[in-house]
Design a protein around this ligand. Structure first.
Ligand code: GTP
Ligand code: MG
Length: 199
């Protein structure tokens, strides 16, 4: 699938606010702060529309980007950013979770995880919550340019064995690097398949 047009629509501070957006299929990107969500959206759209930063906590609202006038990429705030106040962190958590469970046009969630780090409680808990909430998601391991193949495979093994404690089959995954432009086609293929579904 080719992305011929991409446009930033709006930022929303709550699920209620997203209701003003014209309903179309949505694909959301979530994960810990600084994991590379906004960079991935920019890679997919070959743009710099999503704001990125080396300082965690850059994205603080629900951002909708309209692609080919047909569907949205949704950039979400990161979770688990230690320097945000606890109240602010909980507020993010509540509003993103509310959006994820309430949007009827949300077709898939891409959950980004940094390939370099060992399984984090916060990511596992989030995946388990997505599973319990019956929300379809794909693990998207980011920043694979930082590791060689052997280390990537080792990291995947550790991640999968941790997930097997909770999941009969670990949820599907895609490997990506926004820096080296890896994984974009797989993400777009998945989106194309889901766009064609009539729900
Ligand atoms: P928040 O909005 O704060 O939650 O962060 P985010 O998940 O949107 O991360 P963002 O895309 O802003 O990227 C964070 C940092 O990681 C930036 O310095 C990016 O340049 C860097 N980064 C993102 N993707 C990659 C990648 O694939 N490889 C490498 N090496 N660096 C990356
Ligand atoms: Mg961001």
């Amino acid at each position: 699938m080719k992305i011929s047009k991409v446009k930033f629509i709006t930022s929303s501070a709550s699920f209620e606010e997203t209701k003003r957006i014209e309903p179309k299929p949505e694909y959301a990107f979530i994960g810990r702060s600084n994991v590379g969500k906004s960079s991935l959206i920019n890679m997919l759209t070959n743009s710099s529309l999503a704001k990125t930063s080396s300082t965690p906590g850059k994205t603080q609202l629900i951002n909708h980007f309209l692609v080919n006038e047909k569907w949205y990429l949704v950039d979400l705030p990161g979770y688990g950013y230690a320097k945000t106040s606890k109240t602010k962190r909980e507020k993010f958590n509540v509003f993103t979770k509310k959006y994820l469970t309430s949007s009827i046009t949300l077709r898939c969630i891409f959950l980004l995880i940094d390939i370099r780090i060992k399984p984090q409680k916060i990511d596992i808990e989030f995946m388990n919550w997505l599973g319990k909430s019956n929300l379809p998601f794909i693990r998207l391991y980011s920043k694979i340019d930082k590791l060689n193949n052997e280390k990537i495979n080792h990291s995947l093994e550790i991640q999968n064995s941790e997930l097997l404690k909770y999941w009969e089959t670990p949820p599907p995954y895609i490997l990506s690097s926004s820096k080296k432009k890896i994984g974009g086609e797989e993400v777009l293929l998945k989106i194309k398949d889901l766009n064609n579904l009539t729900l």
